[in-house]
Design a protein around this ligand. Structure first.
Ligand SMILES: [Cu+2]
Length: 136
């Protein structure tokens, strides 16, 4: 009889404690994980560390290339689109890829067929610099 009472109160205490810790930790974990995942995903996308593949677009807008730093896998087709009313071009430092003059709405594509790193510019606007990394 005495043992039964002890056991019963122990089970009750566990149930109460379990309930309490479940709801409190569940609530804090939910807000922690949601804020944590959103901040980590935004930081990883802004760093651009992950290599993209398939078809990748680069916007030419506001006298800048976006993204300015791009990492892609070998075989990726990169397409630049000039969204500015001003004319621009895409010219690699070593001429590995080089567009004609792109007027507004024009596009230029280069398939990254070898691994390496390229700085490129718009030769009309020397401050329009950008960088491409192609992983093997
Ligand atoms: Cu330009």
């Amino acid at each position: 009889m005495k043992n039964f009472l002890v056991l019963t109160s122990a089970v009750l205490a566990l149930a109460v404690a379990g309930c309490g810790s479940d709801s409190s930790s569940g609530g804090s974990q939910g807000s922690d994980s949601s804020s944590g995942s959103s901040s980590s995903s935004s930081s990883s996308s802004s760093s651009g560390a992950a290599a993209q593949s398939g078809n990748v677009a680069v916007d030419i807008k506001g006298f800048a290339f976006t993204p300015k730093d791009l990492t892609v896998k070998k075989g990726t087709k990169i397409t630049w689109t000039n969204d500015d009313s001003a004319a621009h071009n895409v010219t690699a430092g070593d001429n590995t890829f080089k567009s004609k003059t792109l007027n507004q709405g024009d596009t230029y594509s280069w398939t990254a067929d070898k691994a390496g790193q390229w700085d490129y510019v718009c030769t009309f606007h020397a401050n329009m610099t950008a960088h491409i990394t192609v992983t093997g």
